[in-house]
Design a binder for this molecule. Structure first.
Ligand SMILES: Cc1cn([C@H]2C[C@H](O)[C@@H](COP(=O)(O)OP(=O)(O)OP(=O)(O)O)O2)c(=O)[nH]c1=O
Length: 228
């Protein structure tokens, strides 16, 4: 399988330097179908540098009566499928993170007012974070999984909310907060995967990849080079 990926140029696409290890040149490329810097950072944390970042551009609205878990799965699935159409013979990875309060899904807030509503809703409560992840394999087969974590927020005062909104951190984050940033000040407890809340559940991703022909230890730049 060739390692070079030369898709047609499009907005938001980012060519990443070639892989570190010459031995990896024969591997099918890894394409990250995501514009989220968090997902790139999480992959780098385990030594995986995508060969290409090619974000999907799909509408992210929920369908009538669609539950948060289903929404996360469907969007991850659609993102991976859309990008895989542009690339063959690659591992194409996409994800979608949704914050859920009961049956209600909170995506990214559109403006400060909506962000305030979300934070008010989350204040003093336990909620769930679902990340759907979907991988299209070089064979064309697609695998989608959803991972769920629970988060308990402390009760938020007006000073907390106003200051957080002013920080701007809420932008582009499901549920209008970032656990990896100032949002951590609100988090009393979590149950389940931390990386899942940030946007990509690393343990479950590795299990999925390892079980489907992508050896994470072998492809990680952080693992010993005699892993070949
Ligand atoms: C809950 C939470 C979400 N998030 C982020 C992860 C995702 O980037 C974002 C949810 O939006 P997503 O639609 O999942 O992802 P995205 O639009 O940023 O990128 P793409 O669709 O191209 O993959 O919220 C955090 O960074 N920290 C958190 O604590």
């Amino acid at each position: 399988m060739g390692e070079t990926v030369n898709p047609p140029a499009r907005g938001g696409e980012q060519q990443i330097e070639t892989r570190q290890s010459a031995s990896s040149d024969s591997f099918p490329p890894l394409i990250l179908a995501s514009a989220s810097p968090r997902r790139q950072e999480l992959l780098l944390q385990i030594g995986l540098k995508p060969d290409l970042v090619d974000p999907a551009d799909i509408p992210e609205d929920a369908l009538p009566d669609e539950l948060p878990r289903q929404l996360a799965a469907r969007l991850a699935d659609e993102k991976a499928a859309a990008v895989a159409e542009r690339h063959t013979g690659a591992f194409v990875l996409a994800a979608d993170t949704v914050v859920a309060v009961g049956r209600r899904a909170l995506g990214k807030a559109g403006d400060e007012r909506e962000a305030r509503n979300y934070l008010t809703l989350l204040s003093g409560r336990r909620h769930r974070v679902y990340t759907g992840m979907s991988v299209v394999l070089p064979t064309g087969r697609q695998i989608t999984r959803v991972v769920s974590s629970a988060v308990i927020f402390k009760p938020l005062g007006e000073h907390d909310i106003a200051s957080y909104l002013k920080s701007g951190e809420w932008r582009g984050k499901a549920g209008a907060y970032a656990i990896q940033g100032l949002g951590s000040l609100f988090v009393r407890q979590i149950q389940g995967s931390y990386s899942n809340i940030v946007g990509l559940p690393l343990h479950e991703l590795a299990a999925l990849l390892n079980g489907n022909g992508f050896d994470v230890w072998q492809r990680s730049s952080l693992a010993a080079s005699d892993q070949e």
